[in-house]
Design a binder for this molecule. Structure first.
Ligand code: G3I
Length: 482
């Protein structure tokens, strides 16, 4: 134990030193929103996380984004069985400790990932005689969860237990112990670290489908037996445009069982090369996921799998696909980042599509904000920020209900500057694409309580005039602006 603490102290000091170096050398500014993802999420009692691997810690651009934007960290590989117990009874927590020390030095919490998984499992486990697997699993869980006791917010106790058809995966644990291995793993983890939130984590369970139904049934059964379980992780490795429409309802049904839910490994892969329309669709997808989480009180947060496109597992696994995260290869924010900020209620004040241009600089056409048309006496106020580059723009619009009556269903009418043409919208539908247009609520943001607000956004092309609309009217009534 003494040795462990010394090792961790050394790792922490090394991290602090490397972070100081990274800070002094950082060439890439953090992203360009008014407020960071983590601050916006915290204001809504959520977190916004990312996955890191140990080699990331020496990348100053990556570290700059990770520490400014995210308040939760999931080790990408370093807490998995092949690293932590590569041979029977020999434990190696060095790589995981380095990541935990980094997280602690930057006020990030840690999602422990993972204790039991069929993959990245050393061959000695799958080669064990069946009657030795349970003891090996329990020893592994007890040793690792005890090592990190008090240092992880949560554990993915069993990772990816299901096949896509809803049957349990026939891995070494299932084959040796049957379905009961899951309850045994949860009980063992709870005994080692009673305060860690214990999760089952899987992919393709984001919407309501055969696999998530199977997870739901399993969890009902575990709860009825008094098995300690606190949450369900929805990995959320999406394909562009395929965020399930039932994601919010699916999260809500798990929450109704008394569980937390979390989006644990979000990315959204695009067939390369990514077009601007693809990036706009990705922005819409990210907005949907963040909004779905915000709509479910027991959705505790969203974590992306990796910081930027340069760090993503996607190109190595899905040939021809990539561009799956909120940050490009140079750690510049993409439209998906702005959409996530907007969905969290933040405003994007400026950014640049050029990796060499500081985020705070302006081009001749950007940024432009409307501030005219006071609209005295209106029961609504609209604020609008435009982020433009040479031929395109994104616009984030927030409608505040300044009246005393709730708005139930809204349309916002405004006129786009000549030459502007909408290519994509998030949190609203917009029609037609140019001239005098109307933005209409989606099902999940129809209501605006008195004193409340909703935000939506659009991406558009332009031919030189990127100015914001001068005025807006909500359900036929002029709004104040500014
Ligand atoms: O460490 C070896 C190295 O020695 C060797 O030279 C190299 C050659 O390929 O491989 C290295 O191991 C790689 C390991 O990552 C560490 O970098 C494996 O090949 C590679 O398959 C492994 O990929 C990881 C993958 O899980 C394994 O399934 C990804 O980095 C990691 O991001 C990914 O994460 C998973 C989550 O844990 C669970 N959900 C899905 C998610 C994406 O696959």
């Amino acid at each position: 134990m003494h040795l462990t603490h010394n090792r961790r102290l050394a790792a922490a000091l090394a991290v602090v030193a490397s972070a100081a170096l990274a800070g002094s050398l950082a060439l890439v500014r953090p992203a360009s929103a008014d407020t960071s993802l983590k601050q916006l999420a915290e204001a809504k009692s959520k977190y916004f996380g990312t996955a890191l691997v140990q080699s990331n810690l020496s990348n100053s651009a990556l570290v700059g984004v990770a520490t400014s934007q995210f308040d939760m960290m999931t080790p990408g590989n370093e807490m998995k069985w092949d690293t932590t117990e590569p041979s029977n009874g020999t434990f190696n927590f060095g790589p995981g400790d380095a990541l935990v020390a980094f997280a602690q030095a930057h006020s990030m919490r840690v999602r422990g990932h993972n204790l039991v998984w069929h993959s990245q499992l050393p061959s000695w486990v799958s080669s064990l005689p069946a009657n030795q697997v349970q003891a090996a699993m329990e020893t592994h869980i007890t040793t690792e969860a005890t090592h990190y006791k008090g240092e992880v917010y949560s554990w993915d106790v069993v990772n990816e237990p299901f096949n896509d058809d809803g049957t349990l995966r026939q891995d070494a644990f299932y084959n040796a112990m049957g379905t009961g291995y899951i309850a045994d793993a949860l009980r063992t983890a709870h005994a080692a670290d009673p305060n860690a939130k214990l999760y089952l984590n899987d992919y393709n369970i984001e919407g309501e489908n055969t696999k998530s139904n199977a997870m739901y049934s399993l969890v009902q059964s575990l709860l009825s037996q008094g098995v300690p379980i606190n949450g369900i992780g929805l990995e959320s490795h999406f394909i562009l445009g395929q965020v399930p429409s039932t994601m919010q309802a699916n999260m809500a049904r798990f929450a109704a069982l008394g569980l937390d839910v979390a989006v644990t490994e979000l990315d959204d892969r695009i067939q390369l090369p990514a077009s601007s329309a693809n990036l706009a669709q990705q922005a819409s997808d990210y907005s949907t996921v963040v909004s779905d989480c915000l709509a479910v009180t027991r959705c505790v947060g969203v974590s992306q799998w990796g910081v930027g496109d340069a760090d993503s597992w996607i190109p190595g696994t899905f040939s021809g696909y990539g561009a799956a995260t909120m940050y490009d290869q140079n750690y510049q924010p993409k439209p998906a980042y702005n959409a996530a900020v907007s969905a969290l209620g933040g405003g994007v004040t400026s950014s640049s599509s050029s990796p060499t241009t500081p985020a705070s600089s302006t081009s001749p056409t950007s940024p432009t904000s409307s501030s005219s048309s006071p609209g005295g006496g209106a029961a609504c106020k609209v604020s609008d920020t435009v982020d433009a580059w040479n031929t395109g723009l994104t616009e984030n619009i927030t409608i505040s209900n300044t009246g005393s009556a709730a708005v139930n269903g809204w349309n916002l009418a405004f006129t786009l500057a000549s030459g502007q043409s909408v290519t994509n919208a998030w949190n609203a539908t917009i029609s037609p694409s140019s001239g005098s247009v109307t933005a209409t609520n989606l099902s999940y943001d129809a209501a605006i309580a008195p004193g409340g607000s909703v935000s939506f956004g659009l991406q558009a092309t332009h031919t030189g005039n990127a100015s914001a609309p001068p005025s807006f009217s909500l359900n036929g009534q002029a709004c104040a602006t500014g």
